[in-house]
Design a binder for this molecule. Sequence first.
Ligand code: NDP
Length: 489
Amino acid sequence: MNAKTDLNRNYIAGAWVAGIGEIENRNPSDLSDLVGRYAQASATQLDDALAAAKRAQAIWAGYGPERRHDVLMAIGTEMMERAAELGELLSREEGKPLAEGKGEVYRAGQFFTYYAAECLRQIGDTADSVRAGVEIDVRREPVGVVAVISPWNFPTATASWKIAPALAFGNAVIWKPANVTPASAVALTEIIARQDIPEGLFNLVMGAGSEIGQKLVESPELDAISFTGSVPVGRGIARAAVGNFTKIQMEMGSKNALAVMDDADLDLAVSLALGGAFGGSGQKCTASSRLVVHEAVHDEFVEKLIAGAKALKVGHALEEGTQIGPVVSEAQLAANLDYIELGKSEGATLACGGERLKLATEGYYMSPAVFTGTTNDMRINREEMFAPIACVIKVGSYAEALEVVNDTEFGLTSGIVTRSIARAIHFRRNARTGCVMVNLPTAGTDYHVPFGGRGNSSYGPREQGAYAAEFYTTVKTAYIAAGTPEDLK
Ligand code: NDP
């Protein structure tokens, strides 16, 4: 597609349509590279999408499990086959290194193939009633029309782990992707639109979250909203949803901690910390932004961490050898640099990085930063920064480490690096997070098991795996008095 001349459109009620305006999508690794122009949907188009989705959902539910399976399998298979091409597009618009972009698209394909199989695994419960001659059958039915509101940091994977179960369980979808990563959204929609689905089952509604997104979440026509993004936006969505009794599932920020114990394999700990804190430029809800380190190994760990951070190659996302791409936008970069100043003003020591970098192409580059001498009450340790910034907190014992890990308003993931099985098991039981990692990075989860957190990190039923049924279906309990066959009376 010639990005300069062709407008990428919204997909509403089975047709590709222009909107009330358009935005430019530029490559954060090279601002002279225009990825494309993207239509912004109007309120009327949103209404059309909602009406079409309602009609299509009933037809789709009637397709039955095998036909739905075939649709999801085709989507997933195509995404995996085209992971290199679509991953490059993703990296170009989001800024993550090419290998991560390709890996994300491949993983997104796996969500579709996993939920393709899940279509065929929908089995209910049966019971005898406490009343004689009455049988009970408990089934899951689709919840109806689902709004998917997804973020820019995993533009394809996060959307896919919502869209795939929504479709598998018989629902219609209205997708409002993040406005800074529309290219990946159009690419995925093109694949879905080509499948054997009723007109209007799947709708792409691009536009500003504060405008079309807000209108979407306020709609009484919606049955459910699955959202991933920031806490303030999540709160607003929850308020709007409650007014209409719309079901919600929300995955928001976090402030994940990796505890490094005195019995840890320090090289492993450093590599987990570097990957967990700086992978994806730290723009992950599972990033290890707090490194809670036992005093006995603190100095050696910090020395290796700083050397590792300095050695990371920051560069153009599509360039061979790049380990850290740019951050996603000017606003995100400005916020990150503000956090560097804040950390210094709070008394933390900036041990390395934290500067805007000028490279061969103009982009939003920043050197990965390590703060040492931080305490858990500093704002840099309490607020989600979504930045390549890691803060080291020194502790005197395992008990203190656990206390610090749990001292947060969030609770998505946590990790411990230790050779002690006793500490590992105690940590698994007592870390107040939805996911716990032992000798593994805090980021990186599987698709067949639940994902979500506690506190301000998540709200509503879990995402992913078979647990997703809780959100994407509603349960029906049927009581059946069949009576006695005539010839037995
Ligand atoms: P937002 O929460 O603003 O955006 C997430 C999604 O919600 C986007 O699709 C956005 O659309 C949409 N949205 C925004 N406002 C509304 C609204 N009123 N009603 C409905 N939908 C809305 O996150 P940002 O992209 O602004 O990122 C800011 C911070 O949020 C990050 O720095 C990070 O701390 C956190 N975040 C956390 C994520 C996570 O994985 N937990 C993911 C992304 C962000 P649009 O893009 O058009 O604004």
